[in-house]
Design a protein around this ligand. Structure first.
Ligand SMILES: Cc1ncc(COP(=O)(O)O)c(C=O)c1O
Length: 253
C-alpha cells in the first residue's frame, strides 16, 4: 500500500450493516455506503450466498465472451437506462469509467491521439469539468498524458451544474491562448442536481426498492430545494418526474 499522509490509515477489521469496526476500537457509521457501493449495508448473507453460488459456477471469462449473468445484467441495464442504450462497457469502478470516457473523447477529437498521444493535437488539449467534480478527473489527465494542468475546473451556478457563462469564458480564454478545447463533460455527475440523482445514482434506492423511493421523493425534494435554493415549483416538478420513474420500477402484480 502506498499511503501518503500524516496519519496511519485506519485499519477496518469488520463491518456489519452500516457500521465499520476499526482495530483502534472506533465504531464508524458508514453513511456514504463506502463509495456508494454498499448501500444496503455490509455483511448481508443473501449477497454472500449469491456471490458464492455465482463464483462456484463460473469465476471468470475474458471480456469478449458472454455468460448468462452478463446477459442478465446487460438486459437489466438496458431496461433502466434511456431507450436505445443496449451496449455496455464494464469497468472496475468510477475512475476507470471516467478514464475510458476521456480516452474515447480524445481519440474522437483526434484519431491520431491513439498513435501519437497529446502530440497529435495542434495545441495543448484541455478539458472542462465542474469544480465540484470527482477529483479522479485531474489524476486521469495525468494518466492520459495530457497533464493535470489540462483540467479546467469550471465554477458552478450554485445548484451543482456547471455555469454556462463560466464555461464560455474559460473556452474563450483557452482559444485565445492557442489551446484546443475538448469539452468532455458539461454536467456534474458526482454531485446531485436532481431528486433522480439522489434516488437513482447516489443512494440507488430506486433500484433497490422502488416503492420506498416513491415514498421518499417528496422529503428528498424538500431537502434539496432548501439546499439548492429552489422554489416550490421546482420541488413539485422534481417529485412528479421521479415518481413516474419509480412507478416503472415497481414489479407488476
Ligand atoms: C463521478 C465519479 N467519478 C469517479 C468516482 C471514483 O470511483 P472509483 O473509486 O470506483 O474509482 C466516483 C466514486 O463515487 C464517482 O462518483
Amino acid at each position: 500500500m502506498f499511503m501518503r499522509g500524516p496519519h496511519d490509515p485506519l485499519r477496518i477489521e469488520r463491518a456489519e450493516g452500516p457500521w465499520l469496526y476499526a482495530s483502534n476500537g472506533l465504531k464508524i457509521l458508514d453513511a456514504g455506503g463506502g463509495a456508494v457501493v454498499v448501500n444496503i449495508g455490509q455483511g448481508r448473507c443473501e449477497i454472500a450466498e449469491v456471490a458464492a453460488r455465482t463464483i462456484a459456477n463460473l469465476d471468470y471469462i475474458v471480456p469478449v465472451w458472454t455468460s448468462p449473468e452478463r446477459e442478465r445484467l446487460v438486459e437489466r441495464l438496458s431496461r433502466w437506462t434511456p431507450a436505445g442504450l443496449t451496449r455496455f462497457f464494464f469497468t472496475s469502478g468510477g475512475s476507470e469509467a471516467n478514464y475510458t470516457a476521456m480516452l474515447c473523447a480524445l481519440t474522437r477529437a483526434h484519431p491520431e491521439f491513439a498513435a501519437d498521444g497529446a502530440r497529435a493535437f495542434a495545441g495543448p488539449p484541455v478539458f472542462y469539468t465542474s469544480k465540484e467534480c470527482h477529483r479522479s478527473w485531474v489524476k486521469i489527465a495525468h494518466q492520459a498524458g495530457i497533464g493535470r494542468s489540462a483540467a479546467r475546473l469550471v465554477a458552478t451556478d450554485g445548484t451543482g451544474r456547471m455555469s454556462a457563462a463560466a464555461l464560455a469564458a474559460a473556452i474563450e480564454a483557452d482559444l485565445k491562448s492557442g489551446c484546443t478545447p475538448e469539452a468532455i463533460r458539461q454536467y456534474v455527475i458526482s454531485g446531485a442536481a436532481t431528486v433522480e440523482d439522489v434516488l437513482a445514482r447516489r443512494t440507488r434506492a430506486l433500484f433497490l426498492n422502488a416503492r420506498a423511493a416513491f415514498e421518499m421523493a417528496p422529503r428528498v425534494a424538500e431537502l434539496m430545494a432548501r439546499e439548492l435554493r429552489q422554489g416550490g415549483e421546482w420541488e413539485s416538478a422534481q417529485v412528479r418526474a421521479v415518481r413516474l420513474e419509480c412507478a416503472a420500477f415497481v414489479p407488476k402484480g
